[in-house]
Design a binder for this molecule. Structure first.
Ligand SMILES: C[S@@+](CC[C@H](N)C(=O)[O-])C[C@H]1O[C@@H](n2cnc3c(N)ncnc32)[C@H](O)[C@@H]1O
Length: 278
């Protein structure tokens, strides 16, 4: 089921708590599970801070704000009018972009059925869902059929620029599944006048002890493997192009946002296009 990735769902509660604590989310997206996980991980974060000057939050915030910045600049440029976020969990991005852009964009949040139902209920309580912001169940690893991206995209407006977003998903996918997913994203976006894909990604930086510790801590937390498939930004860009994107750029987290905190460099932010740069 869901390519084995449903084991990572608890992490969505933790990140929801981080987004809320940093003023990015409404109270309705917080959960008790998230508060407890945040409390439980506080000593590990404090130890990382003491030992390496690093904690989890700066890279989470760098990836989240880095993707926000790329998406809002494409919307402001009039290139993107539809957004499909996969594995959205309890992320507040859909809520924030809907508050900010209203009917200028259609924002569709998706996740596995249980999480999608939870998100829909929370956003309904926040009074935020309407024709321009909805939540639907979708398995990012399903190639075709009901609950697949292919099916969802076939119902979108083919004349509007479209963006796909994943955040906090790629490093849990085995390599074959990751490349298959990118190929499907590029194929789906190629049908629109502008097509963009935004995501975070962790690289395999063997020289970095914090990266090793991060991988171990996260693998324990999600009770499974954390995959670091690529060693350089050039390698990621090359693979995205082999999967069908016309161009791709991968930037370090601390170079994706203003005023990054130490730790933002542990993550990278992807922008890939199916339309040529204007
Ligand atoms: C680390 S959380 C990230 C949530 C959100 N993007 C964020 O950054 O706060 C991972 C999310 O991926 C979802 N997920 C896991 N496997 C999935 C799949 N095969 N298709 C879609 N979503 C999936 C989980 O339910 C969870 O909400």
């Amino acid at each position: 089921m869901a390519g084995g990735t449903q084991r990572i769902s608890p992490t969505a509660h933790y990140t929801a708590e981080v987004w809320a604590r940093n003023g990015l989310a409404p109270a309705e997206l917080r959960t008790l599970q998230g508060r407890l996980l945040h409390l439980a991980l506080a000593p590990i974060n404090a130890a990382g801070q003491r030992r390496f000057g690093l904690s989890i939050e700066p890279f989470l915030l760098a990836r989240h704000r880095g993707i926000d910045a790329l998406l809002s600049s494409a919307i402001d440029a009039g290139e993107i009018g539809q957004v499909v976020e996969l594995a959205a969990g309890l992320s507040p991005r859909g809520w924030r972009f809907h508050q900010r852009y209203g009917a200028r964009i259609d924002y569709i949040e998706t996740d596995l059925p249980e999480m999608a139902a939870r998100k829909r209920a929370a956003l309904t309580r926040a009074g935020d869902l309407d024709d321009h912001h909805r939540v639907t169940a979708l398995d990012a690893t399903r190639p075709t059929g009901p609950g697949s991206l292919t099916e969802l995209v076939s119902g979108l407006d083919p004349k509007r620029g479209t963006a796909i977003i994943t955040e906090g998903l790629l490093n849990y996918l085995p390599r074959g599944q990751l490349l298959g997913t990118w190929t499907r994203f590029a194929g789906a976006l190629a049908g629109f006048p502008h097509g963009r894909y935004y995501s975070d990604l962790h690289l395999d930086d063997r020289s970095s002890r914090p990266v090793d510790l991060f991988r171990l801590a996260l693998a324990g937390f999600v009770r499974g493997r954390v995959e670091l498939h690529f060693t350089s930004t050039a390698e990621v860009e090359q693979h995205l192009q082999s999967c069908g994107f016309i161009s791709a750029s991968v930037r370090r987290g601390d170079r994706s946002i203003p005023d990054p905190a130490p730790g933002a460099e542990l993550v990278h932010v992807i922008e890939a296009r199916t339309d040529p740069e204007s």
